[in-house]
Design a protein around this ligand. Structure first.
Ligand code: F6P
Length: 549
């Protein structure tokens, strides 16, 4: 099979990169005054402006040709039909079933999964109604006022991020907290705000074996039992998991367990019962609007031609920036405080999915895969790291996210926020030449500067520009548009995996550290001798032990 990197299209893109690389974005806007119209897409209220990317029509056409060369449509069909495309774990990948609104069956190994999906959604709805209505009571008869979700990775980041994103839709009378870190500071500081009588713990773990979650769950259980006794566990703990035996062994009633399935990857699980803390935070109606938004994006992804396809366009731009313009990272810059946790959520989605070095056949990849994703909400980031994006000399593609209508309205804020967002992408695109810097400083370019101080400042005020960026505008941050947005990124990840021919759905890279940690724990605890360790690890352990004894 011809790999993508040995295809003619890839070679054509390499040639284009050599010629296009030095064309300044500001020149492109001068030569094509309708560039925005030519390089932007609209879909159900979302606006994707990629006119400030370093692409031409020719580049986009060549990138779009990769779609067929890599057989992306065939790979989409394989996902949709429940084939075990996560081949290293022998699993189907069907998070799309979790938000499916149509009548059609979705099958895994011949079995329609939709009845189970709907049953668990109905169970979530009834549970939320019980908690919100004060019918679900703690062991001492108190209604639940605080929910603590204990989980990590995909069992934490999605509902945590979405609960913050949708805080304007929050259900009154209930606080939802999240604990993930093994560091006791995480759980202890949350417990300090809780009272046992009205607190409910959700233990969220696909495997129910993850050390961080199990340690936090056991500590939370001890805290509750110390206050209310063993029998209280049944009224204060529920679980979300695929591992029913381990949940029962922990002491959680199977009736209070919300199941999901091995065809839901952790980082794609927000749409499953892993979303329970979110549903409790914003109400089940809003949770279902989130699913509806994601479903709308699914429909768009499956049906839109590549040139109008939002996830495909984002993925192809990432290939261009990463594999042809040499970008090593991408900055995600939400101009929305509510989307402040989105960079963290997308770090897992993108980097755990596509931070890979071998292809689906186990051969070394012939090109870079996922860039490092990082970011912070604007305008905070402007006062921290934007200096480097503007003048640090590296290609750092930026993705600006903004909402047209604010979710919290205070006079005077939102227009300023948008002005900053648009100004940043304009500055990155346009740059500032030496002559412009000199003119700004009031220096005649020739003859020599009349003011020495101003003249010496000019080089510092030069901006190279030509930094690629995309701006994604949402009409408003609602459960529906958040669903659209998250599904957009999920499908972008899928397309990139299909193009790079990697399995986006396993995560073997996180296993090695876990293995080594379980070898080091008994040594740190002094139960086994420190043998066979490198001098650094041995030295660090010795330093801890010398202070503890
Ligand atoms: O980090 C590895 C990982 O397996 C993630 O993919 C997953 O989201 C996380 O651990 C938590 O796993 P679990 O839900 O099984 O506790």
């Amino acid at each position: 099979m011809t790999t993508l990197t040995s295809s003619g299209v890839w070679a054509a893109l390499q040639a284009l990169a050599r010629t296009e690389r030095d064309i300044q974005l500001r020149e492109r806007f001068v030569s094509d005054t309708a560039r925005f119209a030519h390089f932007s897409l609209q879909e159900e209220g979302l606006l994707l402006d990629y006119s400030k990317q370093r692409v031409s029509t020719e580049v986009m056409d060549a990138l779009r040709a990769l779609w067929q060369v890599a057989h992306v449509p065939r790979q989409i069909a394989a996902m949709w039909s429940g084939e075990p495309i996560n081949h290293t774990e022998g699993r189907a990948v069907l998070h799309i079933a979790l938000r499916h609104q149509g009548e059609a069956a979705i099958r895994v190994a011949g079995q329609d999964v939709m009845p189970d999906v709907r049953r668990v959604l109905a169970k979530m709805r009834s549970f939320c109604a019980d908690v919100h209505g004060g019918h679900w009571r703690g062991a001492t008869g108190q209604a639940i006022r605080r929910v603590v979700n204990i989980g990590i990775g995909g069992s934490d980041l999605g509902p945590r991020m979405a609960a913050q994103a949708l805080s304007a839709f929050r259900q009154t009378g209930i606080e939802v907290e999240f604990v993930a870190n093994l560091d006791a500071a995480d759980l202890a500081t949350v417990l300090a705000r809780c009272t046992p009588d009205d607190t409910l713990f959700i233990i969220a773990s696909k495997t129910f074996t993850t050390q961080e979650t199990m340690q936090n769950a056991h500590s939370a259980r001890q805290w509750l039992v110390a206050a209310l006794g063993e029998a209280a566990v049944a009224r204060h703990f529920v679980a979300v998991s695929t591992n029913h035996a381990a949940v029962s062994a922990f002491g959680i009633n199977p009736d209070n367990t919300f199941e999901f399935w091995d065809w839901v990857g952790g980082r794609f699980s927000l749409w499953s019962a892993i979303g329970l803390p979110l549903a409790l935070a914003v109400g089940m109606d809003h949770f279902e609007q989130l699913l509806a938004g994601a479903y709308a994006m699914d429909q768009h992804f499956f049906s839109a031609p590549v040139e109008r396809n939002l996830p495909a366009t984002l993925a192809l731009l990432e290939v261009w920036n990463t594999n042809f313009l040499g970008a090593q990272s991408r900055a995600l810059l939400p101009y929305s405080q509510s989307l402040g946790l989105l960079p963290r959520y997308l770090q897992q989605l993108e980097m755990e999915s596509n931070g890979k070095q071998v292809d689906r056949a186990g051969n070394a990849l012939q090109c870079d895969s996922s860039p490092v994703l990082w970011g912070e909400p604007g305008t905070n980031g402007q006062h921290a790291f934007y200096q480097q994006i503007h003048q640090g000399g590296r290609v750092i593609p930026c993705e600006f996210l903004a909402v047209i209508e604010p979710d919290y309205a205070l006079p005077g804020h939102h227009e300023k926020l948008l002005a900053h967002c648009f100004a940043q992408s304009e500055a990155l695109m346009r740059g500032k030449t030496l002559a412009e810097a000199q003119a700004e400083l009031g220096i005649a370019v020739s003859p020599a500067p009349t003011c020495e101080k101003a003249g010496s400042l000019a080089p510092y005020k030069v901006f190279p520009g030509n930094q690629p960026s995309t701006t994604l505008l949402l009409p408003k941050l609602t459960p529906y548009t958040l669903g659209q947005l998250l599904a957009l990124y999920e499908h972008k990840v899928f397309v990139l995996g299909a193009l790079w021919n990697i399995n986006s759905f396993d995560q073997w890279g996180v296993e090695y550290g876990k293995q080594l940690a379980s070898r080091l724990l008994p040594i740190l605890e002094g139960r086994t001798p420190a043998e066979g360790l490198d001098s650094s690890t041995a030295g660090l352990i010795a330093a801890v032990q010398s202070i503890r004894v």
